[in-house]
Design a protein around this ligand. Structure first.
Ligand code: IMP
Ligand code: MG
Length: 180
């Protein structure tokens, strides 16, 4: 692995694919154990979580379903601030075990809004799995149930994570080089 450059910024290797694969297999085992015979519905949050969701889903050797959602956020009236909506959820999740699959939790705003909207639909059990978590950046009262890697508050790319739409197809995860 070597350095990569996007938008004039240099990134250095941070987490290798082999390490990501091994960690995803561990998370799948944890989820399997926690699902306890229920048939979970995985909800992959597009776009960034799709490589993680794909690997996690295949590592999960129990009956499970997967679906793909997207968050839409816009400014509401001044009294409501940012309003969010879940797009693409066609399944009835009431009474089900649902595992939300995210790529990264940074401030936690996105996942906090999503969890609130999904809770309204009354799943039996709602869990959050994120490949990456920046605990020092967290500004919301959310705690992911399954975390691949805790990382410092720095910008990373690869394995689904983008910089202006690029770099999602890198197999490994890269971190912004300090001298940028
Ligand atoms: P939030 O701050 O937890 O709401 O994160 C919102 C979104 O910001 C994530 O779903 C990612 O799309 C993006 N994001 C946060 N940190 C990074 C990063 O280090 N690299 C690439 N995207 C990021
Ligand atoms: Mg994202």
């Amino acid at each position: 692995m070597k350095e990569v450059t996007y938008n004039g910024l240099t990134f250095v290797p941070y987490i290798e694919k082999e390490k990501i694969d091994a960690r995803i297999r561990e998370l799948a085992e944890q989820i399997k154990a926690d699902c306890n015979g229920t048939r979970p519905l995985l909800l992959c949050v597009l776009n960034g979580a799709f490589p993680f969701a794909s690997d996690l889903f295949r590592a999960l050797d129990i009956d499970a379903e997967i679906s793909f959602i997207r968050m839409k956020s816009y400014e509401g009236t001044s009294s409501t601030g940012v309003v969010s909506e879940v797009l693409g959820l066609t399944e009835d999740i009431s009474g089900r075990t649902v595992v939300v699959i995210e790529d990264i939790i940074d401030t936690g705003n996105t996942i906090a809004r999503l969890v609130k909207l999904l809770e309204e639909k009354q799943p039996a059990n709602l869990k959050v799995a994120t490949l990456l978590f920046k605990p020092d950046a967290l500004r919301c009262d959310v705690r992911p149930d399954y975390v691949g890697f805790q990382i410092p508050t720095k910008f990373i790319i690869g394995f689904g994570l983008d910089i202006d739409g690029l770099a999602r197809n890198l197999s490994d995860i890269y971190i912004l080089k300090d001298e940028n």
